[in-house]
Design a protein around this ligand. Structure first.
Ligand code: FAD
Length: 318
């Protein structure tokens, strides 16, 4: 079923959903099941699987010279999505990015998904490679998420890159997109960012999943701004509990978000790791309760490999 159909069916009731990361290369699919098994009792209608592009590492050879090697540390997104659907009977939403893909490779990935009966996708641009500083598309690749959305919509119409294919099979992808309650870091201002979100929706995006945030006010303001600008699709809040003290610096640095002063003070004052986790859980529970009261479409948890914390929050909210 399409993600948006679940929202329609829920008729204003808040659902729960999860995002998981593929295991590091060399790991096993069982590690995914170990994260998801304990979360399935909450009956999520869908589970997202992130996509990780290759990055470059430098390896020192015997001759003393460094060799530049491209490595994908977390491969397997589409197959993991299929495995999740088979094991749990829920829908999986693989993320697909522009970075590292030519249009042809994007088409092949979409064909794999359609054959696997994976009919939901979160369409994203992806970030710059660590050493590049700014996003550089592949030659023949997409510059922005909107270009990827257009390609997916073409396939939904049976239109493939090869013009010789007439009467091609029509895929049936429901497309989600990303949104940023605290603005995407490259956007010059919120108005510009909202403008491009509206364009992505016009191009075929059917719902929005937000970047994590720790102050619900940011989410509510973002939703208001979207509505004022004619964006009417469901806006799913993305949630990540604070679990370690070092995240006070690392989360803002990695995700360009702010942490409320009260949360920072409470986490800094916590005596040990367990106490920090408890602070993060209580904060997230309060966030979730308020969001649920506001009838958001789903509470979407970025599990980041930690199902225990997510479970503790979900138990208090659902
Ligand atoms: P876009 O929508 O393309 O926007 C990028 C920037 O360009 C924005 O500043 C926007 O305002 C601007 N812009 C958009 N369109 C245009 C245009 N036509 N002309 C000029 N400017 C434009 N990354 C991964 O690598 N893998 C993942 O699995 C992943 N999952 C994510 C899930 C969620 C819910 C979120 C919020 C992010 C995720 N990301 C993931 C990170 C994402 O790839 C980055 O935030 C990336 O920098 C932007 O992606 P986007 O799809 O929002 O880009």
């Amino acid at each position: 079923m399409k993600v948006t159909e679940y929202f329609e069916k829920a008729q204003g009731q808040t659902l729960i959903s999860f995002e998981i990361l593929p295991p590091l290369k060399g790991g096993s699919i069982d590690s995914i099941f170990k994260i998801l098994d304990p979360l399935m009792e909450f009956r999520p209608p869908f589970v997202d699987v992130t996509y990780h592009r290759e990055d470059f590492i430098y390896r020192k050879n015997d001759d003393g010279f460094f060799e530049k090697i491209a490595i994908r540390k977390r491969p397997g997104t589409v197959v993991i999505a299929q495995a999740i659907q088979n094991r749990y009977g829920v829908d999986a939403v693989p993320h697909l990015i522009c970075g590292g893909f030519t249009r042809q490779e994007t088409e092949d990935a979409l064909i794999d998904m359609a054959y696997a009966k994976v009919n939901n996708v979160l369409a994203l641009r992806g970030d710059a490679r660590k050493f590049e500083g700014r996003f550089i598309p592949e030659p023949e690749g997409h510059h922005y998420a909107i270009d990827l959305i257009r390609q997916i919509m073409d396939m939904n119409q049976g239109k493939y890159l090869d013009a010789d294919i007439v009467d091609g099979a029509k895929s049936n992808f429901c497309i989600g997109i990303a949104g940023y309650p605290e603005k995407h870091f490259e956007a010059p201002n919120m108005e510009s960012d909202i403008h491009y979100i509206r364009e992505k929706i016009k191009a075929g995006g059917e719902y929005i999943v937000t970047q994590m945030f720790f102050d619900n006010k940011k989410y509510f303001e973002f939703v208001d701004l979207c509505r004022q600008n004619g964006i009417t699709v469901p806006i799913v809040p993305g949630l990540k509990p604070l679990t370690r003290k070092n995240q006070i610096q690392s989360l803002p640095a990695s995700f360009y978000i702010n942490l409320p002063e009260d949360l920072v003070k409470a986490a800094e004052g916590a005596k040990n790791t367990e106490a920090v986790k408890q602070v993060g859980i209580e904060w997230a529970v309060a966030q979730c309760q308020e969001l649920k009261k506001a009838k958001v479409p789903s509470l979407h948890f970025y599990t980041m490999g930690d199902s225990e914390t997510t479970r503790k929050i979900a138990e208090k909210v659902f």
